[in-house]
Design a protein around this ligand. Sequence first.
Ligand code: NAP
Length: 484
Amino acid sequence: MLEFRTDYLEDLSVEVVRSLLSYRADLPAIVTCRDKREGGAIDYPETLRIDVLLAALDTGAEFVDLEYANFLNPGVRSRIEAGLARNPEGRLILSAHDFRGPFESVERLYDEILAACPQAVPKLVYTAKHINDCFAAFDLMHGAEKPVIALCMGQPGLISRVLAPKVGSLVTFASLDEASGTAPGQVSLEQFRGLYRYDSIDAETELFGVIADPVAHSASPAIHNACFAEQRMNKLYLPLLVEGGRGRLYDFLDNVLARPWLDFRGFSVTIPHKHSALEYVRRKSACIEPLAQLIGAANTLIMPTGRSIAAYNTDYAGALDAIRAGLGAKDDALDGLTVAVVGAGGVARAIVAGLCDAGAEVTIYNRTVERAEQLADDFDCAFSGLDGLDQLDAQLVVNCTSIGMHPNVDRSPVPEDALKPGMTVFDTVYNPVETLLLEQAQAAGARTVDGVTMFVNQAMAQFKLFTNQEGNPHLMREVVVRSL
Ligand code: NAP
């Protein structure tokens, strides 16, 4: 279906619109001439805007879109009603927009529009200031008995655009390319059909997503959706921008659990919400995997029926599998292994928990020595400042800091001459794939493991929790590397 936003045309005339409509072949058309006060591009007079809609109806356009506020003007209303009477196949979309934020009551506005014109399709578009604002639109569509269009603008509203066929919006709007959107947060046609598998979404589609802030850079939607597509699963994975602190995350999860009909089945969780996600599940007295409990963070939430929630941590298993593969060794290879962990943040904590659980002898090196000390206390390890790396003596070195990450690719957390043959060096940084640390380790004759291996492993473990099926690690790796 094509929407003709005729308010973007310079030198707009009735003749131009008639001639444009002849180019649409057999595609149904919506013709819109948006009032500048509701987001229109060029400020055309009302008479011309209505003339354009009437010409569209006379030329056989399936839909014309008029602002509800303007329809309330009796002169406009009578002309539009006469046009609709001449083309009984044509339908009227009555739209309302709020670019500042959500409507006071989207339901009330919907009722008002239908009371004014029972044959109209109400179109309600508002700016979501937060992802939680999308739920009002979902509720409206869930309860609506007549066709309706409800969408949220802005980055936090993205899921309302993508989920239109799931929640029953009559249409959603895609831009022809990234540069030519006509409203904030619009998704391009290519993204809809590729990344978001728009053509396979229906009312039964199960939903997953990554909860993060920021989220736009995340490779997770691309890798999980690629695996869903490969296995022809009716599942969709979304980027879920949850801004704000713990309270906003809790609201989001409450909103999801209160609406099992949305069919959310699982989430990946990342910065800055991993600790709060675990705390949310703890407060619900729900199931927490013992290791997630030990690490104090959850990177995976599962909702098998949409009504209950459980917490897991796959960072741990992802890193340990990557290390074992790098060592070329079996499960007991970590017992007694001397390990230098550089960093004392969230990822370091998960990896230290895993290594200690497997019997490794770990020393933690960190810029902020107090953080190293605290982590070392929790897991009964040794600790040092980063200067201790000059006398590095370990069989395995793991970088859990962001040193060396894009754009600071010419930095390494470990002095080059501390790297020795026979060592194994694992860098959790995965952008770039080949960090300076790994390059120098290879040159010194050490074995190396890259961060993409860990990323793919933890995603594989999540995919298994999400679907009970194995994902495709080769496809995941290919998609991650391509997205980098
Ligand atoms: P985090 O909790 O913020 O911890 C960051 C760590 O890096 C801290 O130890 C911090 O030291 C140290 N650090 C940061 N900048 C530094 C600098 N300029 N000089 C020295 N130390 C510095 O972050 P996180 O969640 O643990 O993530 C750490 C890294 O892991 C990320 O950057 C990412 O590359 C990687 N990661 C990989 C995967 C994967 O699947 N491969 C997944 C997640 C994360 P202080 O304590 O002194 O601040």
